[in-house]
Design a binder for this molecule. Sequence first.
Ligand SMILES: *Cc1c(COP(=O)(O)O)cnc(C)c1O
Length: 359
Amino acid sequence: MSTHKHYTGLIERYRDRLPVSASTRIISLNEGNTPMIQLQNIPRLIGKDVDIYVKFEGLNPTGSFKDRGMTMAVTKAVEDGSQAIICASTGNTSAAAAAYAARAGIKAFVLIPDGKIAQGKLAQTLMYGAEIIQINGNFDRGMALVKEVAEQAPVTIVNSINPFRIDGQKTAAFEIVDDLGSAPDYHCLPVGNAGNITAYWKGYTEYATSRVCSTRPVMCGYQAAGAAPFVAGHMIDEPETIATAIRIGHPQSWDFAWAAQKESGGWFDKFADEQILAAQKMLSQYEGIFCEPASATSLAGALQDIGSGKIPEGSKIVCTLTGNGLKDPDTAIAQCSAAHPVTIEASLDAVKRAILDCL
Ligand SMILES: *Cc1c(COP(=O)(O)O)cnc(C)c1O
């Protein structure tokens, strides 16, 4: 008999650290186990001696880290007999909720801000067959409505206020420690609703408590300048940024995120949309890694703080790339409009000339 073990997702892999029992029906799409890719060209380009790894969460089944939380949240919703789930979303939560609901055979309702979700995310959510409720209000308004409606209708909330979401997402920290053999010195990530920074800190803390690792990283939470309540120190009402996944002014995990920052000795900072897009392009063009705009906020922040020395040379740094670049093709194409392909005559001569002109 073969001893080969087929990978079946993060709940199976970390089941002794998750709230499931032997009889739980696990709803999984084999999420997790995402690559840690060491950056090779960018450290050389900036002339700094740093080890930067990106945890490419865009390679999860629906293209973002939300799958980690959703496998747990939907597994528990089904275990509790729920027939329907609901969430407010800037796009990725709705795609993940829709996919896991389809897998489980239950209904998903998603509230999304009209016109403010990236095309790829909308396409996925439609294909997976969720009931889409577009509202003319932003994510924060959608979140408030979801909390109210869940008190009056038989639906389970699967936003990150659902503690099972956080439990699923904490496994990313486990994977990083298992992969590196220790915790990194710094962990950089984009912060929107702040569920993910909460989850990473929980994961690192659980591993440190069990002595799987002896240290925990400094947590660096980076926001878009137009949607930076943690930098402002208060909630904001009209968040605006091209990085739609973090276009959030009233983060639900406010207190948990502050605890992660304080206990780890970390910080929050904010970056202009242009800086975020520049980091996104840099990752694509110098490393061959295409993430969505919000995800690149982690690298924008790391590069600034490495440059200033706040993150010293010799450090081991992990940046979470939260979502896949294919999620938001419109922003990518618009950003590269200057390099738009020109059309030439379909002849050998013309093609040869085009090549030689570029070399
Ligand atoms: C959800 C999301 C974020 C923000 O994560 P929070 O847990 O809300 O802070 C960042 N990037 C992407 C791509 C996301 O989908």
